[in-house]
Design a protein around this ligand. Sequence first.
Ligand code: ADP
Ligand code: 5GP
Length: 190
Amino acid sequence: MSKVFVITGPSGVGKGTLISALLERVPDLELSVSATTRPPRAGEVDGREYHFLDPEDFERLVAQGEFLEHATYSGNRYGTLRSEVERRLGEGKSVVLEIEVQGARQVRDAMPEAVQVFIAPPEPADLRRRLQGRGTDDPDAIEARLETARRELEAQDEFAHVVVNDEIERAAAELERIVRAELGLESSER
Ligand code: ADP
Ligand code: 5GP
């Protein structure tokens, strides 16, 4: 049984961190590589973290209907290519989408069977600390992300599952339990 899992929540909450842990713990689960017009950060590789596209190429794919969902976030375009999801489902794999809230809503409409998980911070102030600690965004970009985060946090009641990322190990275990239960897999020994 393959499924699509949508993992959403504000920037800096720890989505990427928890998804890395999840992918190590659950077999036959793969992350969909999104497309974006955001420039690569140091260490990011085209085709691995994202498909990095020019704005013109991104909009051409939108017009061609190639995206399952797409959104503008902090001035850049982000989207899930249908091909990324369909190829993995075709191989019998389950797929994780790490996307922001507008995109998660679009997936809810297009694919109501997808499992939606919102990752929440223990306190809103943790987001600033984590974004500063990650060190990938300049102060203006962090402020823009925190402004968006305020609206995203208000949306958490829309989601079937909410996982508070207080401690990585505990939150990763909770996320793993949700995913294993949805896939009908035995719970792990951890
Ligand atoms: P997102 O993908 O949601 O933007 P990241 O996974 O990049 O967030 O995490 C943002 C920062 O917070 C990273 O530096 C990460 O190491 C740190 N972090 C993640 N989870 C926790 C946690 N439970 N407690 C403290 N720091 C965390
Ligand atoms: P970042 O620039 O930090 O990599 O991502 C910014 C935001 O865009 C994050 O909330 C991330 O989850 C979201 N994002 C990444 N890929 C996609 C996507 O394909 N679609 C949507 N809607 N959001 C995405």
